[in-house]
Design a protein around this ligand. Structure first.
Ligand code: HEM
Length: 153
């Protein structure tokens, strides 16, 4: 099976999710692994940290869209929550994925790019690029564009 856009989108959302945390409030005392979260306390879940669990994602810092091959990728689960999960699951998920697919399609079929400067990554725990990441975008010639428009999905 070939690479498809949803594998690339999922891997991007796993590694480059800009949501540093989501919050839930304990409505009653919760006992978890010997700890008690008292009623009324807020719990912060940090999806970018969850997404780097080496027990779940082999070589977690490497961008590897193939890891999503053959997997159901539309929902959320306890190891993948770029768009939250449960009752408050992001209502914009599908819209976002379509936007990303259109963007990626145009980018790879019409353009090439090369890094200029920056690209240093800091995770605190949210993802940041303190020096930015500058790329030069170059339009491909028309013949190449036509050839590569056969890359679909
Ligand atoms: C890459 C893009 C996006 C990411 C990473 C993202 C992420 C999230 C996350 C993590 C939540 C859950 C918050 C929580 O559990 O407390 C959420 C909720 C939500 N998102 Fe997004 N989102 C994105 C794009 C969008 C877009 C494009 C829209 C609207 C067109 C949208 C609308 C919403 C709304 C309304 C909620 C609240 C749902 C509820 O509380 O029932 N999001 N989003």
């Amino acid at each position: 099976m070939g690479m498809n856009y949803s594998q690339i989108i999922n891997e991007t959302a796993r590694l480059a999710n800009i949501v540093p945390g989501i919050f839930r409030k304990a409505l009653r005392d919760i006992n978890f692994k010997g700890y008690t979260i008292p009623a009324g306390w807020a719990v912060m879940v940090c999806p970018p940290a969850v997404h780097l669990n080496p027990a779940k994602y082999e070589d977690p810092l490497s961008f590897n869209p193939w890891r999503w091959e053959g997997m159901e990728t539309n929902g959320a689960h306890k190891h993948f929550m770029a768009f939250g999960g449960g009752m408050r699951f992001c209502v914009g998920t599908e819209f976002t994925k379509v936007q990303m697919a259109v963007f990626l399609h145009c980018l790879v079929t019409k353009y090439r790019w090369r890094p200029i400067k920056g690209g240093n990554i800091v995770r605190t725990p949210g993802l940041q690029f303190p020096d930015g990441y500058h790329v030069q975008i170059i339009e491909k010639d028309q013949k190449k564009q036509d050839q590569e428009c056969t890359f679909t999905k």
